[in-house]
Design a protein. Sequence first.
Length: 122
Amino acid sequence: MEKRKFILKSDLIILLILGLIAIAAFVFFNRGEETGYAEIVYENEVIERLDLSKDGIYSPTGFDVTFEVKDGAVAFISSDCPDKICVNTGFISKRGQSAVCLPNRLTLRIAGGEGTADIYIG
């Protein structure tokens, strides 16, 4: 009676190919994108745009909220809301990411850089 191998050479080749495809997909979808700017939105209206290439601290007029832009990323760094979920979100930097302060009805979202088109359905 012939003893059968647990893993065949062809199985290893298929696993290797699938692994390479997975790594290529990960690298492709997680490559750095030139983001350009972030938008501060109040009640579905953009009230301010922040250039992510310029580090600084920003506070929109009429709100007790502060944002920090640092190294191409932006974050809520202070807010007068009770739960501080927006502050605990941390820095965001990739197009499509957002952080929300519900009590203040403010949304901080990363918009596109050069040559990109953003579609927001709200």
